[in-house]
Design a protein around this ligand. Structure first.
Ligand SMILES: [Zn+2]
Length: 113
C-alpha cells in the first residue's frame, strides 16, 4: 500500500504515513452496487437486480416496469438499455463453476446443501 499524499510505501494496516505523518485514506469498493441478478431473473435479471439494489421484491419491480412500459411505450427499449448498461452480478465465490456430468442443476443444489 502507498501513501495517498507522498506516494511512499507504507504498511497495509497503517493509519498514518511514517514518511509524511498524514492520515492514510483507504478506498474500499462499495459492496452495494446495481447489478443484474443471477438468482432473481426472468430474462436478464434487470428487474431482480433493481429489486436487490432497493431491497424490494422482484415481482414489484417487474409490475412497475410493465406498467410504466405500457404507459409510455418504451419498456422494452429501456429494458434492453438496462441489460446492456448494468453489469451482471459476480458469481458467488463458493458456488461451483460447473456441475459434474450427468447431474441436473436441481440435483447439484440438493447435494451442495
Ligand atoms: Zn506520506
Amino acid at each position: 500500500m502507498y501513501c495517498n499524499h507522498c506516494g511512499k510505501p507504507v504498511a497495509e494496516e497503517a493509519r498514518l504515513c511514517v514518511h509524511c505523518g498524514r492520515a492514510i485514506i483507504v478506498v474500499r469498493e462499495c459492496p452495494h452496487k446495481l447489478r443484474r441478478s443471477r438468482s432473481n431473473r426472468r430474462i436478464a435479471g434487470v428487474c431482480g437486480g433493481i429489486a436487490e439494489f432497493f431491497w424490494s421484491q422482484p415481482a414489484t419491480v417487474r409490475i412497475v416496469w410493465l406498467l410504466l412500459g405500457l404507459a409510455y411505450g418504451c419498456g422494452v427499449v429501456a429494458y434492453v438499455i438496462a441489460w446492456i448498461a448494468i453489469p451482471r452480478a459476480q458469481r458467488p465465490s463458493n458456488a461451483p463453476r460447473s456441475l459434474p456430468p450427468g447431474l441436473s442443476r436441481q440435483e447439484g443444489l440438493l447435494q451442495s446443501s
